[in-house]
Design a protein around this ligand. Sequence first.
Ligand SMILES: [Mg+2]
Length: 355
Amino acid sequence: MRKIIHIDMDAFYVSVEIRDNPRLINQPVAVGGQPNTRSVLSTCNYIAREFGVRSAMPASVAMRKCPNLIIVPGRMDVYKSISTHLRQIFERYTDIIEPLSLDEAYLDVTHCKLFNGSATLIAEDIRLAIFEELNLTASAGIAPIKYLAKVASDLNKPNGQYVIPPQKVLSFITDMSLSKIPGVGKVTFEKLKACGLEFGQDVRQVDKKELINKFGKLGISLWQKCQGIDNREIKTTRVRKSVGVERTFADDISDIEKLNLFMHEKLIPELKKRSKGYLSDREISKLGVKVKFKDFHQTTKEFKHHNFDDSIFNTLLDQALCRGQGKAVRLLGVHIGLGEEANNQTQFEFELEFD
Ligand SMILES: [Mg+2]
């Protein structure tokens, strides 16, 4: 059973602006372009929301709804640096972090030992750290599966959190409006409602095949989500820079031929196997050999190259061994550097969206 926390800053951009400009306190405030332009608002505070102002609303419409609305321009550089700080806070609890935007992320805290592993207390502590260090508030959702954590973070917003414990997952879904599911937009929800599907329990009562016939991929996803199934891993974006394989020998080896043979027969084939998954959308940027000598002195030789090449590995091994001036070797490793991702497309969280 996993423990997922979804952290979402409250009215992020606009909260930052109010924090940095006391004149804006207790006023309806939005971040966006000026009303005489065609621009839309990126976000607004809760006071403005009471007047019916919403994000993505044209500034001119917003001004009509709320004539006292103060619209300030955004400062992306400030938001980005806060986002970096948020990331540093998250990393104190886990390194399984999936940012969804500058102010929102999934954290897998299944293995976090703090607070006796209580995800509820961990989320509270994260929100406290955010408040103390950044003077901003965040909301959190805690659940054993991803999408429910996101649904939950909205329930006690702003500055609150909501827990869906494992034993309550199914009952929570039963009464949950399908419109809450991330990716089910207005149009999709209307289509579902037209088929008599409004709450989680409605989906659970229909036949899976029927659902798939009617809604295709969306049907599968909806069916799974309403059964409480969401096996998507937290997609950490920390990009791997290299893949390597190394072995420490039981007895130190000084025979160069032996080392060379071991590298070609054991290490390189293993490296090829392990790097396969990464090379489907990334390219090799360099080849490398690492040697640790019996006195623990260690050296690495690398060469920029874009394919596996036995002769380059040979040369690198020779050069590395040269540095040891005949000392026996206790560890030998080979690695490749991984270049840029060929496919730089953003993964969309809203996989259900078709409106
Ligand atoms: Mg937010």
